[in-house]
Design a protein around this ligand. Structure first.
Ligand code: NI
Length: 171
């Protein structure tokens, strides 16, 4: 297993639209393991392949308290949305920022698991928010896109400065 590098906003690669996955093999399962390791290490509750510069429709999530219930969604599609809920979100690609975002309260999602088995899940709460947030990543969208331009620009400037400082330190 290997830890992967997480891209930070405003990196343009985060705007790439991910492609459907047609082959679910051991190579893909290695990516899933590496993404889970990266997510747990961060630590975070979800990670989309886009965030680690892999532009395939794949997300991993674990919202459990004990961090022992990893979920993997391949080619996830939200087939039903109901209600509206405002919840605070953060993102491993936008480190240090937490803002309220409006999402559907209950969703139904269909996807394939890491053994290529199709499944359907209807859920709400943190898991529903997380699935919507991660699928946005696959479409090149970030939670800061829901904020006012003023707020988004302020976050962008601070993160650009932070990443520049880190690059200098590593040089
Ligand atoms: Ni995110």
């Amino acid at each position: 297993m290997a830890k992967l590098n997480i891209l930070h906003f405003p990196d343009k690669r985060l705007r790439t639209k991910a492609k459907d996955i047609h082959v679910i093999d051991d190579a893909l399962r290695v990516i899933v393991s590496n993404m889970l390791e990266t997510m747990y290490d961060a630590p975070g509750v979800g990670l989309a392949a886009t965030q680690v510069n892999i532009h395939k429709r794949l997300i991993v999530i674990d919202v459990s308290e004990e961090k022992d219930q990893p979920l993997c969604f391949i080619n996830p599609v939200i087939t039903h949305k109901e209600g509206v809920e405002l919840g605070q979100e953060g993102c491993l690609s936008v480190p240090g920022y937490y803002e309220d975002v409006e999402r559907a309260e209950t969703i139904t999602v269909t996807a394939l698991d890491k053994d290529a088995k199709p499944f359907e899940l209807t859920t709400d709460g943190l898991l529903a928010i997380c699935i919507q947030h991660e699928i946005d990543h696959l479409d090149g969208k970030l939670f800061v896109d829901y904020l006012s331009p003023l707020k988004r620009n302020r976050i962008r400037k601070k993160l650009e400065r932070l990443d520049k400082d880190q690059a200098l330190k590593q040089a």
